[in-house]
Ligand binder design. Structure first.
Ligand SMILES: NC(=O)CC[C@H](N)C(=O)O
Length: 376
């Protein structure tokens, strides 16, 4: 079946349908990871985005029930050069195409993804539409132009949990599968769910934490009433600026409890500290972004997925920039000089990607430990 991808600036790609039949809108972005497509599909941070994979064949190791970052795929649409029809892996249960169909995700294959990525790099990420039902190019470009962009929208409320819950699953072990929390847990962490990835929760559990996940709008006083040793600020979709309720809650928590933020959580912490964010031309999405840690000048290769960034000029001196992206010198991490709060723009939990930055979970543990000691 035919499918068309049309961008708001008029660029059009003709290909074949994969996944569900229908029409979908979103910001068209690209991810350079060679594997990990299942984790990318189920990362709630991609809500509202049509994701293009630059690796030419996607789906070759199939899909299973375990490698998921949330309960379902969240992205708005999926673009690949070639979707593999015959996956080969002992853990595979479904093909990529079947998985997309079952989860009602509209996708397109057979287009020149290199040309699409070059176009996005030159002209910027922008709204697009994939359709299998309307094949009129002019009508599709018009629809893409009229569709809402990411800026100014609260997408967090569309992906956050409705109820709080306790998380006890730890990281994956090749022999045992997912591990479980070893009781008694050393720390209690309350995690704000702005669109949280499960591998962050698993890493917290494996570091010795019992985790209570709470809805994005939970007040600071309700969080403190749970008596946490630390509060985690999660990743999540869209623009951080309109998420004012989270910024206010973070402001109230600052100094009262150790804080650790990842990605959207980092951006929200920066805003709570008086900073501002802006939209990058085409974002950082992939598993090979070089980041330099100011403390020891060491470089770590990181997993990233973000379209917005913290403006370095907007930060007060109290919130020191702890990490920088070596490709474009954008802010990749913050560390408050007096208060127990730090954050990174990238993903130490990988899933998918390298594990160079795993030490950040240990840093959160030390911060909670020191805070506890100073309190007593
Ligand atoms: N992974 C994330 O948390 C992404 C943060 C934010 N939505 C951005 O695109 O910049």
């Amino acid at each position: 079946m035919k499918a068309i991808l049309a961008l708001a600036d008029g660029r059009v790609f003709h290909g074949q349908s994969i996944g569900a039949v229908g029409e979908t809108f979103g910001e068209v972005v690209f991810n350079t990871s060679m594997s990990g497509y299942q984790e990318i599909l189920t990362d709630p941070s991609y809500h509202g985005e049509i994701v293009t994979m630059t690796y030419p064949q996607i789906g070759n190791y199939g899909v299973n029930k375990e490698d998921v970052e949330s309960d379902k795929p969240h992205l708005a649409g999926f673009v690949v050069k070639e979707s593999c029809e015959f996956p080969s892996n002992w853990r595979s249960e479904l093909s990529l195409n079947e998985y997309l169909q079952q989860n009602n995700i509209v996708g397109i294959q057979g287009i020149d993804t290199r040309a699409l990525v070059k176009h996005i790099r030159d002209h910027g990420a922008q709204t697009g539409v994939i359709s299998t039902v309307d094949l009129d190019v002019d009508s599709l470009v018009e629809k893409a132009r009229k569709a809402p962009g990411l800026v100014g929208r609260d997408l967090v409320k569309e992906v956050t949990t409705a109820e709080s819950y306790t998380w006890t699953q730890g990281v994956w072990d090749l022999e045992k599968g997912y591990t479980e929390l070893v009781e008694p847990a050393r720390y209690h962490v309350v995690a704000y769910d702005f669109g949280i990835k499960r591998n962050i929760l698993r890493n917290l559990v494996s570091a010795g934490c019992r985790v209570t996940v709470v809805p994005a709008s939970t007040s600071a006083s309700d969080v403190l009433a749970l008596n946490p040793d630390g509060v985690f600020l999660s990743n999540g979709p869209g623009d951080p600026e309109p998420i004012t309720y989270a910024q206010e809650n973070i402001r109230q928590l600052l100094g009262k409890v150790p804080l650790f933020g990842i990605c959207l959580g980092h951006q929200l912490l920066a805003i709570a500290l008086g900073g501002t964010t802006y939209k990058l031309k085409f974002g950082h999405r992939g598993g090979n972004q070089p980041v330099q840690r100011d403390e020891n000048k060491r470089v770590e290769i990181t997993s990233q997925n973000h379209g917005f960034a913290v403006d370095a000029q907007s930060l007060e001196s109290a919130s020191a920039i702890s990490h920088l992206n070596l490709n474009d010198n954008t802010v990749e991490g913050l560390c408050h000089s007096q208060l127990p709060a730090f954050s990174v723009q990238y993903h130490p939990e990988a899933s998918p990607g390298p594990h160079d930055a795993h030490y950040l979970f240990d840093r959160f543990i030390s911060l909670m430990e020191d805070f506890k000691k100073n309190e007593n």
